[in-house]
Design a protein around this ligand. Structure first.
Ligand SMILES: [Zn+2]
Length: 128
């Protein structure tokens, strides 16, 4: 997996992996996408329109939850909005969506993950 792509609720995407409702509930659509043998990106959609309003606190919490699992599995993954994809003619997930906040958070999350791995490695080497 190379990318985790975030969408707003009005986006028509066929290969959705996760949907996060306004109340922060996570719906997994993985069986479908797995059958298409996706290897490049994981698509996450948040119900709502984020041109002028922020996602709900519950949605952000759920998003971070799922992203930290994704980061643990694919530490090299890049997180972006639909509009960050080269050639896309959309503003999805919207101007008000806190993409930078999510990216900064994801980087610190990744560092924590790498720390854990290093720690385990050191632990293994120096175990009596
Ligand atoms: Zn989109």
């Amino acid at each position: 997996m190379k990318f985790a792509i975030i969408h707003h609720g009005r986006c028509n995407i066929v290969s959705l992996d996760y949907r996060i409702t306004k109340t922060g509930l996570l719906e997994e659509h993985l069986p479908e996408s797995k059958s298409k043998k996706k290897t490049e990106c994981i698509e996450i959609l948040l119900d709502g329109d984020y041109e002028h309003v922020l996602p709900t606190k519950e949605q952000i919490r759920t998003l971070k939850n799922i992203l930290s699992k994704i980061i643990a599995e694919y530490p090299k993954i890049k997180i972006g909005g639909h509009r960050n994809i080269k050639g896309s003619k959309t503003n999805c997930p919207g101007n008000a969506f806190p993409l930078n906040h999510i990216r900064i958070w994801a980087n610190s999350e990744l560092e924590k993950e790498l720390d854990k791995k290093t720690y385990r490695l050191i632990e293994k080497q120096y175990r009596p």
